[in-house]
Structure formats: C-alpha cells, structure tokens
Write a protein that binds this ligand. Structure first.
Ligand code: PLP
Length: 411
C-alpha cells in the first residue's frame, strides 16, 4: 500500500498508534527535539535526481519553485540555498545600504539580524509581546529613526505577527517589510497565506523546519523588480537562465551584469522539497494534533504557561514553547531541560535573545533593561518536540515528563 493510498485518518492512526506494538527498548527510546518525516517519496525523488545527473540547479528546482508559488499564491518565488541567502538577496534587492537601520525582534535566530550587518547597516533590536513572543508593533514605532529602512518581523514558531499594525507602520514611514517566515510554512493571517503579505517573505528548508530538505530557502514576492534582482544576484549576477547553459536548451554565452552571489538552490535538495511539499498540509494537521494534545495535557498545570494564537490567524505549529513559573519551582530552566533529557526527551530554547549575544552587545551596545518582556521570557522558556510523525506514546511521554517534573519541583 502506498503512502498516498491511505486517507489522512488512517495514516495518522497507523503512525500514532504504534505504541501497543512497540518493544520495551523503543518505549524508552530517546525522543529527539526534531525528526523530519521521511517516506519513500523523499527517497524516490532523490534517487531520481541523482540518476538524472542534474545535481545543481535544474528542472527539479524550477518545478519546486512553480509548485511552491502555486501553494503560497504569491506572484514570484525565487529559491536559494538557505533562508539566510534568500534574505540577504532580499535586503540587497530593496537597496539596503551602510548605516541604514532595520528593525528586528529580540526573539529570533541570529540570521535575522546578521544579514543586516552584511551591509554595514544596523539591526535595531525591539522587544516582543509576552503572549505570542512576536515583535511588538508599539515598540517598532518607538524605534523608528530617519535611518530606518525596513522591518523584519519574525513569525515566531509559525504564529503570524500582527501584520495589519506592521503594514500600517511601514506605510506611514515608507519602510519595506521582509517577513522572516522560517517557521511559518504554512500559516495565514486574516485569510492571507504568509508569503503574500509583505514586500518579500523568506522561508527556510533547514532540517528542523516544517518543510525539511536539510538546507534550502525561498523568497516570495509580488514585486517583479525584487524578483528579477534576486534571481540575477543568486547566481553570480549572470543572466537569468544561465543554469540551463549546459543543457540542450542553453547556450555557452552569458554576461555578468552585477557582482552576484553563489546562492542558487540545487536539484538534490529540491527533490526532498518536492516530496515534502506534497504532504505539507498533512504534516500541518499532524503537528496541530500534537499541539492540541499538549494543550489538554497542560490545561490544569498552573506551573506552566502555553502561548496564545489569536483567532484571526492560523499557525504552522512549528514550535511548542512553554513558560515555566520559575518563582514557584525549586528548579531553574536549564536544570529542567537536563532532567527532561535524563527522561529521554530532547527539548530546546528558542531563542537566546539577540541582544544577549556578545557580537550584538559589543558592536551595538544593546541594554538588557530595554527588553523587559524578553528578560521575563528567556529564563522561563522551553520548546518541546512537535514533529509530525511522533506517535501517541511519544506525545504522552513528553507531556507526562513535563507535568511530572513541575509537580516534583513545586515549591
Ligand atoms: C527565525 C529564523 N530565521 C532564520 C533562520 C535561518 O534559516 P537558514 O538556516 O535556512 O538560513 C532560522 C533558522 O533556524 C530561524 O529560526
């Protein structure tokens, strides 16, 4: 029976309910923080790419870009070899320059801010909201100066930011919006898919992401100029279809018109993306089920807080963060993570606030005191495993371990 001949309910039942069949060794097996969902589709697509001999950017990349574009409903989609590459291209395309300022949230990965530094521009780190861990629009407005060029909102954990407020600010101050949607595939805001809202939106296909290829990225935009510039710059600044030059459709002649980058995607990773994209909604439903199960398991636990997704938006459920009520516990967050590990459960922290890293402190002198919400969240936050193929036993083990530890260390 093939993967796709099973309907969703049967498939989830089979994947989830394997616990009664599992030997004791597997019942105690380590539950990693993340594991991509791998089926024969991924294997077959990769084998096909390898056998085809197109190992760099070729027909599978082009097919993936088209399918991704259709799925998001954006006018243009340009692939790259990571989110970081896609976002660097986007910043270049909007004309970011030395000494410009770009507003970014405190709760994100360094890539969001480092791309700004590539230009000699300044990332201006802004505090987040306590209920969503997303950038606070009120604080964005307070951080705007006459050097501000753009805002990079991050849809934390796949939960969309307050885009209406952010769009309004961008319009009033004439700023560009580059959305960091590394976590937000698929997600939507007021009925609009993330990828269709800001000037540019960048996605990541890093191994832990909701569409996992190991490495990879995509930028979506409705702006033709941005799309053309990014397509040009991702492959050495040589003309658009230069990737075809070794095929029967191509020609040996090309012209370099700009000092571009070597940021193109490739057919081997694109084949993983094609296989993953075909089950992107299924994987979303599977993560949503885990999210719901955790929510009910933690409902009566007063020592942890879960986060809020407003009813006008839908999340990709990429992360499941909890906040420990450390004032009522005789254990700190780091020790809590260690104890989860001793129980065979991988967890993580998303994120160490940017302004706490030596690079941002040394170069931009951010003051901890300006980030009261981040300073509250950081010592309390733990992110739990939420990958689609987790079975019921694994979901129960994670929830039980969290409840058991908070109970054990209750003051
Ligand atoms: C919020 C966020 N932005 C950007 C990135 C960078 O993505 P990539 O590894 O594809 O460059 C990550 C990766 O972890 C991320 O979590």
């Amino acid at each position: 029976m093939s993967f796709y001949s099973l309907n969703y309910n049967n498939l989830v039942r089979i994947i989830r309910q394997t616990k009664n069949l599992l030997p004791v060794k597997i019942m105690n097996e380590y539950i990693p923080f993340h594991k991509p969902m791998i089926t024969d589709d991924e294997v077959n697509e990769v084998v096909d790419a390898v056998r085809s001999g197109w190992w760099t950017m070729g027909p599978k990349v082009i097919r993936f870009e088209k399918k991704f574009n259709q799925y998001i409903g954006s006018r243009y989609s340009v692939s790259a070899n990571s989110w970081t590459a896609a976002a660097h291209l986007s910043c270049e395309a909007i004309g970011l320059k030395k000494d410009d300022e770009v507003i970014v949230p405190s709760f994100t990965f360094t890539a969001t801010a480092e791309i700004v530094c590539y230009f000699g521009a300044k990332p201006v780190i802004v505090d987040v909201q306590q209920d969503s861990f997303n950038i606070d629009p009120v604080k964005i407005e307070a951080a705007i100066t006459n050097k501000t060029k753009a805002i990079i909102p991050v849809h934390y954990g796949g939960n969309p930011c307050d885009m209406d407020e952010i769009l309004d600010i961008a319009k009033r101050y004439n700023l560009k919006i580059i959305e960091d949607a590394a976590h937000a595939l698929p997600a939507s805001y007021k009925g609009k898919k993330i990828g269709t809202i800001g000037d540019v939106t960048c996605f990541s296909f890093y191994v832990t992401k909701t569409l996992a290829a190991g490495e990879g990225g995509m930028l979506c935009t409705n702006n033709e100029e941005i799309s053309d510039r990014c397509s040009l710059m991702r492959l050495h600044g040589i003309n658009k279809d230069s990737w075809k030059r070794y095929s029967d459709e191509g020609t040996w002649y090309y012209e370099v018109v700009a000092p571009g980058f070597k940021y193109n995607f490739n057919d081997i990773h694109a084949s993983l993306c094609l296989a993953q994209l075909s089950k992107i909604d299924l994987m979303l439903q599977m993560r949503k089920e885990i999210y719901d199960k955790y929510n009910s398991a933690f409902m009566d636990n007063e020592l942890i807080k879960t986060y809020n997704i407003k009813s006008d938006r839908s999340s990709s459920y990429h992360l499941y963060p909890i906040l420990l009520d450390i004032d009522k516990l005789s254990i700190n967050r780091s020790r809590f993570i260690e104890e989860l590990k001793e129980k065979g459960i991988g967890s993580s922290v998303h994120f160490i606030p940017l302004y706490r890293h030596p690079f941002y402190q040394t170069n931009f002198q951010f003051e901890k005191n300006n980030y009261p919400v981040s300073e509250f969240i950081y010592p309390r936050i733990v992110t739990l495993p939420i990958w689609p193929a987790m079975n019921e036993l694994q979901i129960d083990r994670v929830a039980d371990a969290v409840n058991c530890l908070t109970n054990k260390y209750k003051k």
